[in-house]
Design a protein around this ligand. Structure first.
Ligand code: NAP
Ligand code: ZN
Ligand code: ZN
Length: 396
């Protein structure tokens, strides 16, 4: 039972350590077969659309055709205008977390225009803008779903890509595509005062930082460290600052020192410099670690005060060793946090609307996605790539 739970929570995180890998992939394939048999019997109507994705861990992303279901009674069909590029897209496209189903169409920072609605849709009408983040469905019955924590659903939430599509028995396909069809309960409303393209990254980078900052009660009187000034990190700075905290950025990139202050940080530390790091030893209440690659988390645990917490949102491919004496002498905690549920995602969007917070973006075409992934790996993005999805209509 314990093992089963562990496996489920690994599946939820999209992260399957090698111990569970074989069984995990077999389970996913069985689930796909079962859904496919059922959907063949019930003949879910579909249409073909253009998408961009990968067909193997080592392949470049390319254009191909996928099927979407036609909207059923509670569905909303969204023409995708912009889609943010999250480092999780890269981890998944390249199978760094294992368990990627190919073909894989990444993208879970989706904004667009509603082009059709099912007969029973109440929340949206044709012509409205709508947004979709990392989740497109969940069991809706377990305690976590009832509490609005669908990201931790016990029955198995459906992620926007690389989950089993409960209607078609294929993988779910994300936002690097022309359109998406989602149950209205999982479609978010965008703040009207914010620029559409720059809102897209809030759907993952925004909620993934907002949720732990709120959970660990970041606010006035709290000193907060943000580690890794990438897509998540720069949103973490803006949101923690708007919550009233004192924010210190820890970066490996000398080129980002000035930006960190411009984004709202009270101070910035070049993390390779031991003397600069020592200034904050034992001083911080909370650290948000948004680093995508191997790094020494003990260096950041050592910055925490007594009872301070470090929360990992960054999810590097390999385990991160922890020295017990980074935790024991100061009763420190090490935690993790995954995206956020639907009500909290709407709350975050409204918070960002109120505080005029958007992402700093660099717009790209879908044809530039492979270069963008290479640049992401070098930390060369200020601070989120967003794909102008009109480019998918171009011939190339
Ligand atoms: P990103 O834009 O690529 O930013 C990652 C940042 O990490 C870089 O800008 C860089 O910041 C730092 N970094 C990169 N390589 C490093 C290295 N070798 N050593 C130290 N620092 C390094 O990525 P992102 O989209 O923000 O995502 C960050 C991580 O969060 C990814 O692993 C992603 O999969 C994960 N994620 C998790 C969740 C969740 O639910 N928990 C949701 C979304 C994403 P500096 O240049 O400032 O050092
Ligand atoms: Zn993401
Ligand atoms: Zn549930």
């Amino acid at each position: 039972m314990q093992l089963q739970r562990q496996k489920e929570s690994n599946e939820i995180a999209g992260y399957s350590p090698s111990l569970f890998l074989v069984d995990y992939n077999i389970q996913k394939k069985r689930k796909m077969e079962a859904v496919k048999t059922k959907s063949d019997a019930t003949r879910v109507a579909t249409k073909n659309i253009k998408a961009f994705g990968s067909t193997a861990a080592t392949a470049d992303l390319n254009q191909f055709t996928i099927q979407r279901r036609k909207p059923t009674a509670h569905d909303v069909e969204i023409e995708i205008l912009y889609c943010g590029v999250c480092h999780s897209d890269l981890h998944t496209a390249r199978n760094e977390w294992h368990g990627t189903i190919y073909p894989c169409v990444p993208g879970h920072e989706i904004v667009g225009r509603i082009v059709s609605v099912g007969s029973d849709v109440k929340k949206f009408k044709v012509g409205d803008t709508g947004a979709v983040g990392c989740l497109v469905d969940s069991c809706r019955e377990c305690q976590y779903c009832t509490d609005g924590l669908e990201q931790y659903c016990e029955g198995g939430q459906v992620q926007t890509y690389n989950s089993v599509d409960p209607y078609l028995g294929t993988a779910t396909y994300g936002g690097y595509s022309e359109s998406i069809v989602v149950h209205e309960d999982f479609v978010l409303r965008m703040p009207e005062n914010l620029e559409l393209a720059a809102v897209a990254p809030l759907l993952c980078a925004g909620i993934t930082t907002y949720s732990p900052l709120k959970h660990w009660k970041v606010g006035p009187g709290r000193k907060v460290g943000v580690v890794g000034l990438g897509g998540l990190g720069h949103m973490g700075v803006k949101i923690a600052k708007a919550m009233g905290a004192e924010v210190i950025v820890f970066t490996t990139s000398a080129s980002k020192l000035e930006d960190a202050k411009r984004l709202g940080a009270d101070d910035v530390v070049l993390s390779k410099d031991q003397d600069q790091m020592a200034r904050y030893a034992g001083k911080l209440h909370f650290v948000l670690d948004a680093v995508s690659a191997q790094h020494d988390i003990n260096a950041y645990l050592n910055l925490l005060r007594v009872d301070g917490s470090l929360t990992l949102v960054g999810a590097p491919e390999h385990p991160l060793p922890v020295a017990p004496f980074s935790l024991i002498p100061m009763r420190r905690s090490l935690a993790g946090s995954m995206i956020g549920g639907i009500p909290e995602t709407q709350e975050m969007l409204d918070f960002c609307g109120k505080h005029n917070i958007v992402s700093d973006i660099e717009m790209i075409t879908i044809q530039e996605i492979n270069d963008a992934y290479d640049r992401l790996l070098k930390g060369d993005v200020k601070y989120r790539f967003v794909i102008d999805m009109a480019s998918l209509k171009n011939k190339h």
